[in-house]
Ligand binder design. Structure first.
Ligand code: GYE
Length: 305
């Protein structure tokens, strides 16, 4: 290692390209699919020597992992940043060590000069799409909505909230409560139990969950309280992972906005290009779709994650 930025990346060389990947953790089905995609793309067969770290959703632990990659002198560092803030110092340290950083999935607030490239999804647009569905479905009818937010301070939690709020602005939809469920099934279940205790099944018309896993946890809470998810309380969520799509087909979720986790090949391509000195785009957006219950039934068998 230690030859970062010297252009010996890619296949064909004798030495594998050493890459440190700082993953968020293993909070969701989306994350499992993303980790698998990354490990496949950064395999030894593809000429990489991958050091994988999952930080268990702890921002300090994730920064420590990046520091250890710098100390190891890897050729390149890939990060899926848990939270948006707090990256300036360690990204500057990577730059000083001449190690390029590629971000995948989530974004940071640090200066764009401090990373070579980013590949991921348009979280704001995902929020807008979910909100537009809500506005079209309930817009004129007074509708009480609760929100299960993703990890506090994460780019998808921030942008999925702002996009949704923009889209329901001026409708009769009223957000009565909004709390984080940390993108986990357990978190979604616990927070939804609290919402049900506070407002009753009858006091909630719609749930917006920032990911499928939290929606799936909430479904358990609604059923345990004697409610019918998808009917008594309608549900819109984001990701379109297998279990989410199945719940959509089963009528327990009403609408899902996709967020594609299969970013490994694109991330590996960016690492190869950056190390070879090939110009890359600073931001690389992957397209998302969205699904009604009927559309989900049509595509569920052909889904890749
Ligand atoms: O939606 C959620 C995961 O950052 C886009 O993180 C990702 C989000 C995804 O935990 O399920």
């Amino acid at each position: 290692g230690g030859s970062g930025g010297n252009g010996d990346g890619g296949s064909g060389g004798d030495e594998p390209v050493s890459v440190g990947f700082a993953q968020t953790g293993s909070e969701s089905g989306w994350r499992s699919a993303n980790t698998e995609s990354m490990k496949t793309a950064f395999s030894a067969d593809n000429g990489f020597d991958l050091t994988f770290n999952a930080a268990d959703n702890d921002p300090a632990a994730q920064i420590a992992a990046v520091r250890s990659f710098i100390n190891q002198g890897v050729d390149a560092i890939v990060i899926a940043p848990i939270v948006e803030d707090g990256w300036d110092d360690v990204l500057q340290e990577a730059a000083d060590a001449d190690i390029p950083v590629i971000l995948e999935d989530r974004t940071v607030t640090a200066s764009e000069d401090l990373f070579a490239s980013w590949v991921g999804l348009d979280f704001h647009k995902e929020g807008v799409t979910a909100g537009e569905w809500a506005a079209e479905t309930f817009g004129d009818t007074p509708t009480k909505i609760v929100v299960l937010e993703g990890t506090t301070g994460s780019a998808p939690a921030n942008e999925r909230a702002s996009g949704f709020d923009e889209a329901i602005d001026g409708t009769a939809i009223e957000t009565i409560d909004s709390q984080t469920g940390d993108f986990t099934r357990d978190g979604g279940k616990t927070v939804m139990e609290g919402f049900i205790q506070k407002y009753g099944i009858d006091g909630i018309d719609l749930l917006y969950a920032h990911n499928d896993d939290m929606a799936l946890g909430a479904i358990e809470a609604i059923e345990a309280a004697g409610g019918v998810p998808g009917e008594d309380i309608k549900i819109v969520s984001i990701d379109a992972v297998k279990d989410g799509m199945q719940a959509l087909v089963d009528g327990k979720i009403n609408y899902i906005v996709e967020c594609n986790p299969l970013l490994g090949e694109l991330a590996a391509g960016l690492v190869t290009d950056v190390l070879a000195g090939t110009a890359v785009e600073k931001k690389n957006y992957v397209e998302d779709q969205s699904f009604t219950q009927e559309q989900a039934a049509e595509v569920i068998d052909s889904r890749l994650y």
